[in-house]
Ligand binder design. Structure first.
Ligand code: JFZ
Length: 480
């Protein structure tokens, strides 16, 4: 009895405190289907996600057969959207699966290439908006099982990537142009048939997690339709069900809306899901924009092509462009996910293979400044980005100053950097004290070797004082 009373007293105390906190910190709307957690997830699975740095996205489906062309005409949109183009009759698109026979597909080879690029996780389109399933779903006939190829592609990829030590995430589009019950907007008379679509969606998600227990998470897309946004209660319950089915499951902010139709961030401004999933071909400019959340950025190589388009037009990013984005993401606590769109024969195109190789070569030397690294509270400098891991600070340089000096500004009471060297060959660099600026912050110049011109981004490592003791000659990292 006594223990019970004590328990109740403690419980009441905790409830009072947390209620008080909720009131003072967040004057809020009461939400049933908003965020269910405030702040970052701190478990081991999420910590692993946070340390990836670099990921690979794969967009693959029957759109790869068309490759951005139909009847000899060039489609200017994103190749995976070709079904929505007036020039391509739906009937033609919906029969493409009969030609889907990617005899060049080799999951082990793709996984090896991704590993050599340095990717720590991969996201595969199990089903894009067209509804075509790359796995053997029993809930529709529109799957790879009915193509001449037959093989379960998701299964082969999950196995091959997992074997390479790369974590797998499943992209899933809620929009499904193939399902008879799918609607973008619900009229009264659609409500009944839409229920069949909701059950179908639930069935497929449960099917995926059951068939592929090794996957780490789900990457949702096609959740912006009004019809889906209105399903806050259903989607919330489904999310709980999926999490219960697959402990540790990671889901981004693009799955469900709250009961007021707010997406990503709920009506109280709190992030829904485990990380922000809104950085699409777009990066935050400053750390303030990410609001202390985890996030990923998904990026295409050309301007806007996810699925295979045989004719890339416009600017195509170089490996230096992509490495710049990668480091920028990590410097603001994000992961960078680079997209690949294999062709209809199951081959990864030359341009992508070349980029993967170049990025991989860079990562082999400089990956230490990426993996497991996070934001540093130091003023951004024009030469590039700071990242940090434990007591080391990394300066990844993209713009080499003509005077060969890299500026570093430390907060007023910060200690000085004790040692600097080039990550590539361990050459020690001189640290020159350059006085204080008008904010009374100390300035330093890290001097690069005479004539240093690597022609590629490079990393300078700064050693910092491990135990934070001020010996007058050690830089104390700022608290994050
Ligand atoms: C979606 C898809 O339509 C596209 O085909 C691709 O799969 C991509 C990864 O996701 O496109 C989007 C989704 C969201 C935004 C932009 C494009 N957005 O939030 O800005």
């Amino acid at each position: 009895m006594r223990t019970r009373n004590l328990f109740l007293t403690v419980l009441a105390f905790i409830l009072t405190i947390s209620a008080g906190e909720a009131q003072t910190k967040r004057p809020s709307v009461t939400l049933q289907h908003g965020a269910h957690r405030i702040g970052k997830r701190m478990d081991a699975d999420m910590q692993r996600w946070r340390e990836y740095g670099l990921g690979q996205f794969l967009h693959w489906g029957v759109y790869a057969v068309a490759g951005g062309h139909w009847n000899g005409k060039y489609y200017a949109g994103a190749a995976e959207w070709i079904r929505s183009w007036n020039e391509m009759p739906h009937e033609d698109y919906d029969n493409l699966y009969r030609q889907f026979n990617p005899t060049g597909f080799n999951a082990a080879q793709w996984a090896k290439q991704a590993a050599e690029m340095g990717a720590k996780y991969m996201i595969i389109t199990t089903k894009h908006h067209d509804g075509f399933c790359l796995w053997h779903s029993k809930y529709t006939n529109y799957t790879v099982a009915r193509t001449p190829f037959k093989r379960d592609i998701v299964k082969e990829l999950v196995d091959a990537y997992t074997k390479e030590g790369i974590d797998v995430y499943l992209y899933f589009s809620v929009i499904d142009w193939n399902h008879p019950g799918y609607r973008a907007i619900l009229r009264e008379e659609d409500r009944e048939v839409y229920e069949t679509f909701k059950q179908f969606t639930r069935n497929q998600l449960i099917e995926l997690l059951t068939a592929f227990p090794k996957v780490k998470g789900l990457w949702f897309d096609g959740t912006w339709d009004k019809a889906w946004v209105e399903q806050a209660a259903f989607a919330d319950a489904l999310e709980s069900e999926l999490r219960a089915l697959h402990p540790g499951l990671i889901i981004g902010s693009r799955f469900r809306a709250d009961e007021y139709g707010k997406r990503h961030y709920d009506s109280n401004g709190d992030l829904m899901g485990d990380y922000e999933q809104g950085w699409e071909r777009n990066l935050p400019e400053s750390f303030d924009e990410v609001r202390h959340n985890d996030w990923d950025c998904v990026m295409t190589v050309p301007e806007n092509q996810w699925g295979y388009h045989s004719d890339w037009r416009g600017y195509v990013k170089t490996s230096h462009d992509l490495i710049n984005m990668l480091v920028k993401c990590v410097s603001m606590n994000g992961n960078f996910v680079l997209n690949f769109g294999p062709d209809g024969k199951g081959n990864i195109r030359q341009e992508e293979t070349k980029l993967a190789k170049e990025i991989g070569e860079w990562m082999k030397i400089n990956g230490e400044a990426i993996y497991g690294c996070s934001h540093v509270d130091l003023k951004k400098q024009d030469w590039g980005y700071f990242t940090r891991k434990q007591d080391k600070i990394y300066m990844t340089v993209f713009h080499l100053p003509v005077n060969g000096l890299l500026t570093l500004e430390t907060p007023k009471d910060g200690n000085i950097p004790s040692k600097a060297w080039l990550l590539s060959d361990k050459r020690t660099l001189e640290i020159i004290s350059a006085g204080r600026n008008k904010n009374n912050h100390r300035l330093y110049h890290i001097a690069l070797p005479e004539g240093f011109s690597p022609g590629a981004p490079f990393v300078v490592v700064l050693e910092t004082d491990k135990d934070g003791q001020n010996d007058g000659n050690a830089y104390q990292p700022a608290k994050i």
